[in-house]
Design a protein around this ligand. Structure first.
Ligand SMILES: NC(=O)c1ccc[n+]([C@@H]2O[C@H](COP(=O)([O-])OP(=O)(O)OC[C@H]3O[C@@H](n4cnc5c(N)ncnc54)[C@H](OP(=O)(O)O)[C@@H]3O)[C@@H](O)[C@H]2O)c1
Length: 286
């Protein structure tokens, strides 16, 4: 049984689709009563439609309208994409007004990375208005990290490592993240959720070791190049949203992992078997 009965998920996409899947399962099991999805789209959110969940179109600039739509909701899970993070202060005020019991801001990153400072400002706002919240840190999404865009393209045969790349980092799939979050929210007591930080880690990898293992398993060669720390610092100073440089700088500082091994995955469902980075890469490249 869940302490919370009614859930709203805002901005369902990469990670939100799996939060929604997990909540649908919890509803089927009778742990929760209702789920609604908020979207910008008049056509509804496609992931919600796929799962048979009602979507409601909302204007994220209209606090009163959001508050009205949130009446009776216990938990508001924000999974809005990075370009929608600016909507969250209004969402927070509306949620407080509507009597929402728990807010999950769209964090899903690492403690040491605060894109432009917006995430920590939101946490400060939530404390100020007295809206209980839970932070989920997950490291880097595998689907965001192992990409040509991040220049970590093992199947493509080319990786650019920022700094020396000797330290580990946490990487997790969006599926493991979303299902874990839904499980935690529908299983844990408010005391374990309110004001707490929950760490979800699919794998912790050292990039050079992972590349060597990948080469061994596939017989392919991966060319490694390096971007020096000074260049990373210059790039990050010029652009606080330069995720690539920020990430490699945190790895270089030894902060690429989200916590000590005995601090992560404390509330995993029984039999939880998260995807490892190598398996993700081998299946992706098949
Ligand atoms: N750790 C990592 O590596 C990593 C990587 C990416 C993201 N993240 C974090 O995870 C969060 C969720 O990311 P995601 O990739 O799952 O999101 P996403 O798939 O990019 O977007 C989720 C949904 O947000 C809504 N949305 C998009 N732009 C919006 C805007 N400007 N205003 C309002 N709503 C908007 C859309 O839903 P509708 O069209 O239905 O409105 C979209 O389907 C991000 O905010 C970020 O903080 C972390």
């Amino acid at each position: 049984m869940s302490a919370y009965k009614s859930f709203a998920v805002i901005g369902v996409g990469q990670v939100g689709q799996y939060v929604l899947q997990g909540l649908v399962k919890a509803k089927e099991e009778g742990k929760i009563d209702s789920i609604v999805v908020f979207t910008r789209s008049a056509e509804g959110n496609p992931e919600a439609t796929k799962l048979g969940i009602k979507s409601v179109q909302v204007d994220y600039s209209d606090k009163d309208a959001i508050a009205a739509a949130l009446k009776g909701i216990d938990v508001l899970v924000s999974t809005v994409g990075a370009f929608g993070l600016g909507t969250q202060p209004t969402l927070a005020h509306a949620a407080k007004e509507a009597g929402v019991k728990l807010f999950i801001p769209a964090e899903y990153g690492a403690p040491a990375i605060d894109m432009g400072g917006g995430k920590s400002k939101l946490r400060a706002l939530l404390r100020e208005i007295g809206l209980p919240f839970t932070i989920f840190f997950v490291g880097v999404f595998m689907s965001s990290f192992f990409t040509a865009r991040m220049k970590v393209d093992l199947p493509g045969g080319a990786v650019t490592i920022g700094g020396k790349g000797d330290n580990p980092l946490t990487v997790t799939t969006v599926k493991d993240i979303g299902l874990y979050i839904a499980y935690a929210l529908t299983t844990l007591s408010p005391e374990k959720l309110e004001g707490k930080t929950i760490l979800i880690e699919g794998d912790r990898v050292e990039i050079k070791g992972l590349i060597a293992e990948y080469e061994k398993r596939t017989g392919k060669k991966v060319e490694i190049s390096y971007k020096p720390v000074e260049e990373l610092k210059t790039s990050a100073a010029g652009n606080p949203y330069d995720f690539n440089s920020l990430l490699w700088l945190t790895v270089e500082d030894g902060q690429g992992v989200i916590g000590a091994p005995d601090e992560v995955n404390l509330y995993a469902p029984s039999g939880w078997n998260p995807t490892k980075a190598l398996d993700y890469l081998l299946n992706e490249s098949d």
